[in-house]
Write a new protein. Structure first.
Length: 281
């Protein structure tokens, strides 16, 4: 008889402990706004939240790649703009060198500035960031994953930007073009200077095209970034719907559980007192 009574008491204690824990969970849900904390709360919702969590992790990785790509693209655009400006200045210098009244000092000054322009452009083409990542890729553009099955080249290659310039049917690099201009001005032969001017103009036109290409890359990154943001917002809302607390429902259940616990504790106390009285008697 005593054994049966002890088992009943233990069962009742466990039931009250479970009820108390449920009340604590309800209070936590009200304070945090989150109801779904473990699989037993809602198995189906837990699975869906887990799937959404994995999707959010993947989205975060893609967004980080887009941010990385956007930074590189912006630097490439800035460098291309500066190279274009330098080539514009080079065109002005070579044009002024065709003035037959230039003296040796003026010609030397033009050559010196063109040399500086050539060095500056070379530095911009080979520039790297603080991590050693080049502004322009070497040989082949690095593809960056930005969505499922979609990898983008975020910048052009150094070779695409600086080489393959058609100058009167001959392929030249920016360095070749500027070197030819310097040599022509040093020689003072007007026909050579005129030919070198064609090269500078072709180089500038080539950079203008590269700027347009880089603009397209940047636009694609922006579009994909906006799309990822929209998807992330949708996932966040879906997760919140699954996890969030229905205050009215939780408060109602909590009130009921508090009444149940109070009644159970009261009954347990009476039973325990009677049992103790019987034992003493």
């Amino acid at each position: 008889m005593v054994g049966i009574t002890n088992k009943i008491m233990l069962a009742e204690m466990r039931r009250q402990q479970k009820l108390s824990q449920s009340i604590v969970d309800g209070q936590t849900a009200i304070s945090t706004g989150i109801t779904l904390n473990k699989p037993s709360d809602n198995a189906l919702a837990w699975v869906q939240v887990s799937d959404i969590g994995r999707a959010q992790a993947q989205q975060a990785a893609w967004q980080a790649n887009v941010s990385y790509g956007t930074t590189r693209a912006a630097t490439a655009e800035s460098n291309l703009s500066e190279i274009n400006s330098l080539l514009t200045r080079a065109q002005e210098l070579v044009t002024s060198a065709r003035n037959g009244s230039l003296n040796d000092t003026s010609r030397a000054a033009i050559v010196e500035e063109l040399g500086t322009i050539r060095t500056t452009i070379d530095e911009m083409l080979n520039q790297t960031d603080y991590q050693g990542t080049p502004v322009f890729d070497d040989g082949q553009s690095t593809l960056v994953p930005v969505s499922r099955g979609l990898n983008l080249a975020v910048v052009g290659t150094r070779q695409e930007v600086s080489e393959g310039i058609d100058v009167n049917g001959a392929p030249m690099s920016i360095n070749d073009v500027l070197s030819a201009s310097i040599s022509a001005i040093q020689s003072g032969v007007d026909a050579d200077i005129a030919t070198s001017l064609d090269g500078v103009k072709a180089a500038q036109a080539h950079i203008t095209v590269e700027q347009a290409k880089q603009g397209v890359r940047s636009d694609r990154l922006e579009v994909i970034g906006d799309r990822l943001t929209d998807v992330d917002i949708d996932l966040t809302e879906r997760r919140a719907d699954l996890e969030s607390t229905d205050l009215q429902q939780v408060i109602s259940r909590l009130q009921s559980q508090l009444l149940q616990l109070e009644a159970a504790q009261s009954a347990y106390a009476r039973i325990n007192q009677k049992t103790l009285f019987d034992i003493i008697g």
